[in-house]
Design a protein around this ligand. Structure first.
Ligand SMILES: Cc1ncc(COP(=O)(O)O)c(C=O)c1O
Length: 464
């Protein structure tokens, strides 16, 4: 337990003195001071000053069952008491790891019967690269090395994850991407689809994959990886035509399709996995976050039978693994989490109740003077802040990016009890899947309030 007598200022001073936060300008944060989150219950958080926040980001896209679920706490406690750790190297394993592997085979699409456990989404994607290249070696096509992904995709922050990802600002630090990874443009209609319907644009964007395959050489391409809905890039829901065409192209050229389900897995899109929502049949599927609802770290890769059969029957020893592959406490929590999701019918609730309600809320927000395009898929949604709403296709006129209007809006959200994230001028949410329809309406009210406050602020600054 931590020292409870410390004040917010004490925590901030200690934090600034010792803790280098992820994706943070250390000096700027030290001046400003972190917000210290102390407690959570259901969809709400409290900071050390006692302010309540509606956590519309589920922590970091992960606390799907909400805070304070006793079943997960009990599972961790019981497993820690019985056996806090044992490894799955050297021909051993533990009951929770085996049982979770069985349950994952049950809840994932039928091509998946095997899992490789990791500690996070980034580690899972490192495993993807090792596995994909090993597969093609074993198939007698070792020249198939290149993995294709998308600009503005996010696949983690390790050397492999950041390389697969298409965040140019990440590549700029540390000489990335590593060799053998190439990118195509994202299926973002707002950015690339002017003059086209969404469906026309979806086919065009998928066509960029075929062009790249032909450019690299079809016999050199090992796999294509993508998020069913781009999360960190700004909740970009691709046109309905996009993924079926990607699947067709992967089939035509025989390349492996990898679905990065770190955000979209475990119910987020209204099905157990985003590939089911998008209608693809991936060969590999990365997961993390929602598998334990973030209560403890766990990630991994579901390995489809096409790949698993080759690795198992022809592969000999696979020279890869992590100390915490199949960590028994993490697996016990994941078991409790998935069982709870089933008991509470969370996936069905997102599909039939809360998801459609959230979609209606986001559509209705389009009448707000600051809102251009809105998109949603299950319980993830985005709205684009615009300076003016000209035209009829929802594009509107963007703000000067240097103004950082998204951060202004985010400030009003935080100040008024709402955690909403800004990606440029795109405001995004991914609330806990346990939220009720009433809480969707509560969230809608908070978002509208914060948009109104943002508008008044921007008017006062003379920016609109
Ligand atoms: C789609 C996707 N893949 C991979 C990752 C990396 O996961 P982690 O931060 O657990 O390494 C993330 C994290 O947000 C993600 O959104």
């Amino acid at each position: 337990m931590t020292t409870t007598t410390r004040t917010t200022a004490d925590w901030q001073a200690l934090d600034a003195a010792h803790f280098l936060h992820p994706f943070t300008d250390f000096q700027a944060l030290a001046k400003k001071g972190s917000r210290i989150i102390e407690r959570g219950e259901n969809v709400y958080l409290w900071d050390t000053d006692g302010h309540r926040l509606f956590d519309a980001m589920s922590g970091l896209w992960c606390v799907n069952v909400g805070y304070g679920q006793q079943a997960l706490i009990d599972a961790a406690t019981a497993q820690m008491t019985k056996l806090p750790f044992y490894n799955s190297f050297f021909q051993t394993t533990t009951p929770p790891a085996v049982e979770l592997a069985e349950l994952l085979a049950e809840v994932t699409p039928p091509q998946f019967k095997h899992v490789f456990f990791a500690g996070s989404g980034s580690e899972g994607n490192d495993t993807v690269i090792r596995m994909v290249r090993r597969y093609w070696d074993l198939k007698g096509q070792p020249e198939r090395q290149v993995i294709l992904s998308r600009w503005n995709g996010y696949h983690g922050s390790t050397m492999a994850g950041a390389s697969l990802g298409g965040m140019k600002y990440m590549h700029a630090q540390g000489g990335l991407p590593i060799p053998g990874i190439d990118h195509i443009d994202q299926p973002h209609w707002l950015e690339h689809g002017a003059g086209m319907t969404r469906d026309e644009f979806g086919l065009k964007a998928a066509g960029w994959l075929e062009q790249k395959i032909l450019e690299v050489g079809p016999d050199k391409v090992a796999a294509f990886i993508g998020e069913p809905v781009q999360g960190a890039g700004g909740v970009i829901v691709p046109p309905a035509t996009y993924w079926p065409e990607i699947q067709r192209i992967c089939d035509q050229y025989g390349i492996l399709l990898v679905s990065d389900e770190v955000i979209t897995g475990f119910g987020r899109t209204g099905n157990w996995f985003g590939c089911e929502t998008m209608g693809t049949r991936p060969d590999l599927m990365t997961f993390a976050k929602g598998v334990t609802s973030g209560y403890v770290p766990l990630g991994g890769v579901m390995v489809g039978e096409r790949v698993a059969k080759v690795l198992i029957e022809q592969g000999g020893e696979f020279e890869h693994g992590y100390t915490y592959s199949g960590h028994p406490v993490a697996c016990a929590v994941a078991l409790a989490n998935i069982r709870l999701m089933r008991e509470q019918r969370l996936v069905e609730r997102v599909r039939d109740e809360t998801g459609p309600r959230l979609a209606a809320v986001f559509e209705s927000l389009r009448d707000h003077p600051l809102v251009g395009e809105t998109q949603s898929c299950g319980l993830m949604a985005a709205l684009q802040l615009v300076r003016a709403k000209d035209g009829t296709d929802g594009r509107g006129t963007p703000f000067d990016p240097a103004l950082e209007v998204g951060m202004v809006c985010r400030g009003h959200c935080f100040g008024n009890g709402l955690v909403m994230r800004a990606v440029g001028d795109r405001m995004i949410i991914a609330p806990p899947l346990v939220m009720t329809v009433e809480q969707v309406d509560e969230l809608a009210g908070l978002i509208r309030l914060c948009l109104d406050l943002t508008l008044a602020d921007l008017q006062a600054r003379g920016w609109v």
